[in-house]
Structures are given as structure tokens and as C-alpha cells.
Design a protein around this ligand. Structure first.
Ligand code: 5GP
Ligand code: ZN
Length: 114
């Protein structure tokens, strides 16, 4: 989508600190990290949130969760535990309307987003 900041990151129009990329997904560091490890994992195709998913997205969703898990292992946070969260809509606290999973770890998390 034209005015979507994460679509611009996918297209390289806005720089990002990339961690992983394949043909379907991109992982990059959150610009305002809430934990020692704070990655954002996004589908390259625009979807507002998981509320937009259809039956056609089942394999993409599985791929994203599997990728999140692999990123946590690679970042060294899988052993002690981490948080994988996606906000949906206004009351869900979603600021950027392009589906993204937060991968958070490296400290004890609690409450809301910790
Ligand atoms: P939300 O509140 O929508 O779940 O989370 C959006 C996240 O995107 C926030 O944690 C925010 O710091 C991050 N963010 C917003 N704009 C940018 C950007 O241009 N680059 C990066 N790397 N992260 C961003
Ligand atoms: Zn987008």
C-alpha cells in the first residue's frame, strides 16, 4: 500500500535494520525497542492485521510463526523464553496498520507488552 510505512520498508524506500528476509516475509529490528531483542516480523504483502487473514493465508501464517521461532533461536532467547505478539486494531494498540509480529526477549517480561 502506498502510504504504508512497512510496505515502504519492504520496498527499501525506508531503511531498516534487517535480520532475515525471504520471498514471503521480512524481519527487522524495531526502531524503538522494548527489550534487548525486539524484532518485527511482517509479511511482504500488505495485510492490515491478522483480522484480515483468509483461508488463503494459512500457509503464510504458519511460515511466519515458524520464522519467529527460528529468529528467537538464532537470537539466543528461545531457551529462557520470549514473547510473540501481534496487536489488532485501535483497542488492540496497533499503531502501524500492516500486520506485524513483535518478537521480544532478553529480559523478564510482564504485563501488557512487558
Ligand atoms: P504496534 O504498536 O503497531 O503493534 O507496533 C508498531 C511498532 O513499529 C512499534 O514498536 C514501533 O516502534 C515500530 N515502528 C514504527 N515505525 C517504524 C519504522 O519506521 N522502522 C522500524 N524499524 N520500526 C518502526
Ligand atoms: Zn503495508
Amino acid at each position: 500500500m502506498e502510504d504504508c510505512v512497512f510496505c515502504k520498508i519492504v520496498k527499501g524506500e525506508i531503511p531498516s535494520d534487517k535480520v532475515y528476509e525471504d520471498k514471503e516475509v521480512l524481519v527487522f529490528r524495531d526502531i524503538n525497542p522494548q527489550a534487548p531483542v525486539h524484532f518485527l516480523l511482517i509479511p511482504k504483502k500488505h495485510m492490515n492485521s491478522v483480522a484480515d487473514m483468509t483461508e488463503d493465508d494459512l500457509s503464510l501464517m504458519g511460515h511466519m510463526i515458524n520464522t519467529a521461532n527460528r529468529m528467537a533461536v538464532a537470537a539466543g532467547i528461545a531457551g529462557k523464553g520470549f514473547r510473540l505478539v501481534t496487536n489488532v486494531g485501535t483497542e488492540g494498540g496497533q499503531g502501524v496498520l500492516h500486520l506485524h509480529w513483535h518478537i521480544l526477549g532478553g529480559r523478564q517480561l510482564s504485563g501488557e507488552l512487558g
